[in-house]
Design a protein around this ligand. Structure first.
Ligand code: ADP
Ligand code: MG
Length: 376
């Protein structure tokens, strides 16, 4: 057995146990929703902690009543891509042995049984592929699978679908969404937790009256973890390593990255690497400049896809311009092209998640990109 190294800070992947902090209220609420069979929609910017939170709730939920199933559909490109992933996750996570999975396939998806192949090594983590096509099963049949499984295992099933915004990208998306909702809303022993990033897309799917998933579940916006909760978390991590950090410096770390969870952990880790005994203004600055360097390749790649006008638009926001986008003066000052171009440009930058709309106008979504643009 390889001993796991105890890394002080973790970022970029979902976190659990010792690396998961706070979220007491959110956990409680989500747990209640799961246990009471309510559909949940969870929205936040990327890397704020949705996946970590849902996985945490999966752990603490009353397992004698509830069976949770988690499926990430980030790489699903079409409706049937999704049905395969969906059915696989359901079959695998509602049975704890390969034999039972096989039984359930024969029970509920018998037309597939001849072509499903299992990894023959029974002891290792098994994998299988269903290869469902429209020839064998209609969408409605696959969408009904959770209800059949719930009745079979005698527990309520909560299906948690991560990166749900992907469905907005599929061919005939609206039509597919209609079908899903049509089947799911009648299920008595199944509820859904649908969550994802790209706020713009998620909000459109769930809050637009003309869209099939309108009011399917109450939209919850996951808020950043407050600084007051980061303070004991980060301080204890430093103490474990024989180092110390004053409250004011934790606050500074949180402020710099506007409490975006992943960046808080990444910056805290950078600062720790630059610290011999105690955190100072200087080690914070070092950590910060390391963070900007680490982000450079990604930002360059993201910005590469933008036109000059779109880049100028981001620069304008970074310069403190948040509204009055059709004023000729603003258009000239930042070289944004014509008035008629502006709303299309905004829509695209919103959709790509570069910017977000707040009460008083448009802002950059990524706090570190903002700092990076100032510097480079
Ligand atoms: N409750 C939490 N406590 C501490 N760090 C967290 C927490 N939630 C998220 N993070 C940080 O944010 C990163 C991204 O979390 P993740 O759950 O993958 O976010 P999302 O699913 O919203 O993109 C994690 O790697 C971790 O660094
Ligand atoms: Mg996630």
């Amino acid at each position: 057995m390889v001993k796991e190294v105890n890394k002080a800070f973790v970022y970029g992947v979902s976190v659990d146990g010792n690396n998961f902090t706070d979220r007491v209220q959110e956990t409680r609420r989500l747990k209640m929703n799961f246990e009471n069979g309510l559909n949940v929609v969870l929205i936040s910017p990327r890397r704020m902690g949705k996946t970590s939170l849902v996985k945490h709730v999966q752990e603490v939920v009353d397992k004698s009543m509830i069976q949770t199933v988690y499926v990430d559909i980030y790489d699903c490109r079409s409706e049937y891509d999704f049905y395969n992933k969906f059915a696989e996750a359901l079959l695998k996570q509602t049975a704890n042995k390969m034999e039972l999975v096989l039984e359930n396939i024969k029970r509920f998806l018998v037309r597939l049984a001849p072509k499903v192949s299992f990894n023959p090594d029974m002891t290792s983590e098994y994998s299988f592929s269903l290869g469902i096509t429209p020839k064998e099963y209609s969408p409605e049949e696959i969408l009904s699978l959770p209800e059949m499984l719930a009745q079979h295992i005698g527990k309520h099933i909560v299906v948690c679908i991560d990166e749900f915004q992907q469905i907005g990208e599929w061919p005939d998306s609206i039509y597919v969404q209609k079908r899903m909702r049509g089947v799911w809303q009648h299920q008595k022993h199944v509820s859904y937790c649908l969550f994802g990033s790209r706020q713009h897309m998620m909000t459109n799917i769930f809050q637009n009256k003309r869209m099939p998933f309108y009011q399917f579940g109450e939209p919850n916006y996951l808020q950043p973890i407050p600084t007051a909760d980061w303070i004991p978390f980060i301080q204890s991590k430093f103490t474990e390593k024989g180092l110390s950090i004053k409250e004011e410096f934790v606050t500074k770390i949180c402020d710099i990255v506007r409490n975006q969870s992943s960046y808080v952990q990444q910056l805290a880790w950078n600062v720790m690497l630059n610290t011999d005994t105690e955190v100072t203004e200087e080690t914070i600055q070092h950590g910060m400049s390391d963070l900007l360097n680490q982000c450079t390749p990604l930002f360059m790649e993201q910005l590469n896809s933008l036109t000059t006008y779109q880049m100028n638009f981001l620069r304008a926001i970074n310069d403190g311009q948040h509204d009055q986008w059709t004023s000729q003066e603003v258009l000239n000052k930042y070289n944004l092209g014509t008035k008629s171009n502006i709303s299309r440009m905004q829509a695209l930058l919103l959709e790509k998640d570069f910017i977000e709309r707040r009460e008083d106008g448009l802002y950059l979504s990524d706090p570190v990109l903002q700092l990076w643009l100032k510097q480079y």
